[in-house]
Design a protein around this ligand. Structure first.
Ligand SMILES: [Zn+2]
Length: 352
């Protein structure tokens, strides 16, 4: 969903370009490129796939032997039936030999009879990229590592079901990790944490959390109520007990939970009981629903601090409770501000 959301965001930003002065377009593009370099790109399986710079690649390439360097850096091909991983039938996954990104898994491996390790699907479609290759008088599709651009092999349309694809690999491009084996950090997914915030109508709260550097995904939904599978209509009736909530998945190495709590208080008025501006009802209550004792303590302590500093004229009524089951809201409520371009009255918490 994260990537679909970002694609939609990109599409939306290009639609606004029509009719703009050229300099405004350039400024927007510079801003977009600047923010992309700060925020890592995550794959659906939770790995960071931000392309490595030439400087970052240099020490990784320097460690490779001559044959591996020829194959991965100069689009070489090893001789058939010579690769070390051709007959490997152990359970595990195959990582990029250069940068460690998981690329293929044993569950997708099959014997193609061609003499090269073959898979009918990648580990995560976003971990490999393809390019047309017209070398050696043939038209083929080259496969490369998304993160470090290493040459891996080629993909053909004569594979088995369910994909019909044959990803034909050089053993030298891969490093096999058997199930249970200790993994280097480069092969592990990012350790994401989840937080939940209720601050009135979820459209604006989701919109601004999604803009936070280090926030991987913000999703509108309902929680802390009694009924299973609540709908927007149920929640709006105010009788289901649910609050409109935003689930925030974040990388704690980039943004901390206390920073998210601080942003949340900038976004809404925590002194309004069971309402937020024009929206009235318990579904619009202010709440922080925690997933660990540490989150609970951070939220409580921050509210005590705001109270002691007399930051508000009235008492803070924000509930702090352990999170119950989160129910994602209907698709029509996701990315609502971004898609509709409607005005949003929530304060931008990331502006200084
Ligand atoms: Zn790689």
């Amino acid at each position: 969903m994260f990537f679909e959301r970002n694609r939609r965001r990109l599409d939306a930003s290009f639609r606004t370009i029509d009719g703009m002065p050229f300099i405004a377009v350039i400024l927007i593009l510079i801003t977009c490129i600047g923010s992309e370099t700060e925020m890592p790109t995550y794959s659906r399986s939770g790995h960071i796939i931000t392309p490595l710079s030439e400087e970052e690649k240099k020490p990784l390439v320097a460690k490779l032997d001559a044959e591996t360097k020829r194959i991965t850096q100069r689009s070489g091909t090893e001789r058939p039936f010579c690769g070390t991983l051709l007959d490997n039938k152990k359970d595990g996954f195959y990582a990029c030999v250069v940068c460690g990104l998981p690329l293929f898994a044993s569950e997708h491996k099959f014997n193609s009879g061609t003499g090269w390790p073959s898979f009918f699907s990648p580990y995560d479609p976003e971990h490999v990229t393809t390019e047309s290759d017209e070398s050696h008088g043939m038209v083929r599709t080259e496969i490369l590592c998304t993160r470090c651009d290493a040459h891996l092999g080629h993909v053909f349309d004569d594979g088995p079901k369910p994909t019909g694809k044959r990803f034909c690999l050089n053993s030298a491009s891969l490093h096999f990790y058997e199930e249970g084996e200790e993994l280097p950090d480069a092969s592990k997914p990012a350790e994401l944490e989840t937080a939940y915030f209720a601050g009135g109508c979820f459209w604006g709260i989701e919109h601004y959390f999604q803009k936070g550097n280090g926030v991987v995904n913000a999703v509108s939904g309902y929680m802390q109520g009694d009924s299973e599978d609540p709908t927007y209509k149920d929640v709006c009736s105010g009788t289901s007990g649910h609050a409109e909530v935003v689930m925030v998945q974040f990388d704690p190495n980039i943004i901390s939970y206390p920073e998210l709590v601080e942003a949340f208080f900038k976004m809404h008025d925590p002194t309004q009981l069971n309402r937020q501006g024009p929206d009235i009802g318990s579904q619009y209550r202010s709440g922080i629903f925690t997933t660990s004792q540490s989150q609970f303590d951070v939220a409580k302590t921050y509210i005590e601090k705001l109270t002691a500093e007399k930051q508000y004229d009235k008492p803070i009524v924000t509930e702090v409770e352990p999170a119950k089951k989160f129910h994602p809201a209907e698709e029509g409520h996701q990315d609502y501000i971004e898609r509709t371009g409607r005005a949003c009255h929530v304060t931008d918490p990331w502006k200084n």
